[in-house]
Design a protein around this ligand. Sequence first.
Ligand code: ZN
Length: 267
Amino acid sequence: MASPSAELAQSILESLGLWRLPVDPFEVAKREGIFLAEDDYPDGFDARIEHFPNGNKFGIFYASAGGWRTSGRVRFSIGHELGHYYLPEHRTIIRSGKNHNSESDYSSRNPMEQQADDFSADLLMPMPLFRDELNFFRNGFCTLEDLGRLAERLGTSLTSTARRYCEADREPCTIFFSKSGLMHWGRASEDMRLKGMYWCENNMPPPAGSKTAELWAKVAAGEPVDKLEGRVAADVWFKWPKADYLWEETMPLGGTGRVITQLTPDD
Ligand SMILES: [Zn+2]
């Protein structure tokens, strides 16, 4: 069953005549009469929505794409701000003048930020359309490279696309993100949850013997790092896995200081 956030996003896209992929969040904002103010803001700033009581207008301030900030990431941030605009409790808070600089793309643990991230994924990658796209794009397992190409097609960030792919339950797949050498968060398909291969303790180093640990060791040694992949015993990652081996792919997310890891059964 679709979540309330997914139902809201679908009804908005349908009423605006935009129920198709790729979804352009700038077009959604424009149709709502929200003004968009783009600038080269300092590095720590992604985006912020504000309400202007004079004229009852909303505006979104956002940092331009460039360097590590991909256009997919910027569009995800716009979707996040639209979450603050459309989700009723969020809009009440924004209208009351309580503004915040958003931390989008699943980097925040604040529930309101997480709701806005979920809304952004529901708006930019509505599940029914996303599943159709997967049938068309690649009927089978998507590697990290495939997910990168899919993100480009959809104009979304690799982070949110990889997460959506796990949620689509198309193939058994778990993804983890690590930051500064420590595990940060993860997402698993239903299949992987049933096989006991979905959980990893946050704020701990990646398990010894994993490709992800090998990658972070290279980072620490100042060695150039690209993608690493290979077969690893499933119990390297999980305590009681219902598989013997996993295929692990891992690579840095260019310039963000984060690393993505994809795990899939390889028996
Ligand atoms: Zn926010």
